[in-house]
Design a protein around this ligand. Structure first.
Ligand code: AP5
Length: 231
């Protein structure tokens, strides 16, 4: 049980959505998992939700698979519906972490309406990472298919190469982590997602920028935690 005194006020006092914003490979998933563990609020990753539909082979998965493989964004109405349904779950009542959503202005507007309707406030943490660091991180990323733990062949290798420390499962490489697809994803970020920073500013939201290029995940986490303490 984390020390209550160290908890950002939002967890105890008011429901708040934390939007982790940043390019592919900036560490949104890694930080979400640390925040989730520390504060007991759920991570809502649209990428994870979409991949789980693709794995299950249902109609939604079939409709989005080609776009994800190509590194382009899935249609707004599809992800907006997924998020709207997910936010109805009781575990979201105290707050939640959005990882990879919103990514377009239409998504940001849909999110704002949802949050206003539920009496939630939100803050945005923008993780800044250099281009070359992103390429190195994504080409080295490995993930456990059972527990979701993230590794990196260079910066966070598992104890036994290719095997999850927790589950003992064979680690997998994401299909969209090939360099050509990573470049498509970075283009999508630059053209469709990064401009949302202006949208958040227009809305007068708390927008924090964190240099997440060189520090290890735990140090980046402490920076985010420090910002949240002041909320
Ligand atoms: P999604 O799954 O959301 O991918 P992404 O945004 O491209 O982000 P990543 O998961 O690649 O990176 P991350 O920032 O989470 O970094 P991570 O922590 O894993 O989206 C995939 C696709 O789904 C999209 O292309 C699109 O098609 C679709 N999609 C999803 N959401 C959508 C939406 N809202 N609208 C439309 N389409 C949508 O870290 C990466 C690696 O770096 C790991 O190996 C990790 O161990 C390592 N690492 C992390 N932090 C550090 C650090 N501080 N130091 C050293 N290494 C680190």
């Amino acid at each position: 049980m984390p020390d209550q005194r160290l908890r950002p006020s939002f967890v105890n006092a008011r429901p708040l959505a934390l939007v982790l914003f940043g390019p592919p490979g900036s560490g949104k998933g890694t930080q979400s998992k640390l925040l989730m563990k520390e504060f007991g609020i759920p991570q809502i990753s649209t990428g994870d939700m979409l991949r789980s539909h693709v794995r299950s082979g249902n109609a939604l998965g079939a409709a989005v698979e080609a776009k994800m493989k190509a590194g382009v964004l899935v249609k707004d109405d599809v992800v907006n519906r997924l998020v709207e349904e997910r936010l109805k779950q009781p575990d979201c009542e105290r707050g939640f972490i959005l990882d990879g959503y919103p990514r377009t202005r239409t998504q940001a507007e849909a999110l704002c309406s949802l949050l206003i309707a539920r009496g939630f406030d939100y803050v945005v943490v923008h993780l800044l990472v250099d281009y070359n660091v992103i390429i190195a991180r994504l080409t080295g990323r490995r993930q456990c298919p059972v527990c979701g733990t993230l590794y990196n062949a260079i910066s966070r290798p598992p104890k036994v190469p290719g095997v999850c420390d927790v589950e003992g499962a064979q680690l997998i490489v994401r299909e969209d982590d090939r360099e050509a697809v990573v470049r498509e994803r970075l283009d999508a970020y630059q053209n469709q997602t990064r401009p949302l920073i202006e949208y958040f500013k227009e809305k007068g939201r708390s927008l924090f920028e964190i240099d997440a290029s060189h520090d290890p995940p735990e140090a980046v986490f402490r920076k985010i935690e420090g910002l949240l303490q002041k909320q």
